[in-house]
Write a protein that binds this ligand. Structure first.
Ligand SMILES: [Zn+2]
Length: 235
């Protein structure tokens, strides 16, 4: 006796989305997500080059749901901390890394109690890791990591099954295959955002806690996303 197994199911259901402590899927409801980049830090890259790559990483995720979602660069900032009350979604290099040293980056997310994402910050580990923009085999490719982290910024979790996916949780030094989204990653962003959002219903921008929205009275669910790319060679 034997049983036929539906082997295709695993690959069809690989991506995962972030949920909060209440089990709700978290996602942005505004159309345009604003961010700022802090060019400081011991990363050795030109800020113009980094900003170009940030923009490229955001487009990887917004192109599949064109019209429903956009990122907007609001210019440089001096902020280098992950906070939800500074009214800015900031991408920065951290020279004094306090998280697990093997992590390349961490993306922090904040949502309201009804599952709306209202802020993110993205810290890149400049203390423990070398970065490159040209696919050098000796360093970590910045776009490779940015593409992964922006998936987290949109509420996409790690895809533990599909090794070629951008959201696969590990990344060896010099890897560039996560720069471009895999079909599994596209399925995730389409799942979350293809049907549009409540864009326009939210008047406030950024992630201010001074919002007069009734939701702010319910408190803030802070979600430090365990967003990471773990080195596979040494700690
Ligand atoms: Zn991750």
């Amino acid at each position: 006796m034997f049983t036929l197994l539906p082997l295709f199911l695993q690959s069809a259901l690989a991506f995962e989305v972030r949920t909060d402590d209440l089990g709700q899927t978290v996602q942005w409801r505004r159309h345009t997500i604003r961010y700022r980049f802090n060019p400081e830090g011991d990363h050795g890259l030109s800020s113009a080059a980094v900003e170009t790559l940030i923009s490229a990483a955001t487009r990887e995720w917004t192109n599949p749901v064109s019209g429903n979602l956009a990122f907007s660069n609001e210019g440089p900032t001096e902020i280098r901390t992950a906070r939800h009350d500074d009214n800015a979604n900031v991408i920065y290099f951290e020279d004094e890394w306090k998280e697990d040293p093997s992590l390349l980056a961490v993306t922090y997310l904040w949502s309201t109690t009804d599952g709306e994402l209202i802020g993110f910050d993205m810290a890149l580990n400049a203390e423990r890791h070398q970065w490159s923009i040209d696919g050098s085999p000796e360093a970590n490719d910045l776009l490779n990591t940015l593409s992964h982290e922006f998936g987290h910024a949109l509420g996409v979790e790690h895809s533990p099954v599909v090794e070629r996916a951008t959201m696969y949780p590990s990344s060896p030094v010099g890897e560039i295959q996560k720069r471009d989204l895999h079909g599994d990653d596209i399925d995730a962003v389409v799942h979350l955002y293809a049907n549009g959002s409540d864009a326009g219903s939210q008047a406030s921008a950024g992630c201010s806690t001074n919002s007069s929205s009734p939701r702010s009275a319910l408190g803030w669910l802070c979600i430090p996303l365990l967003a990471f790319l773990r080195r596979t060679d040494t700690a």
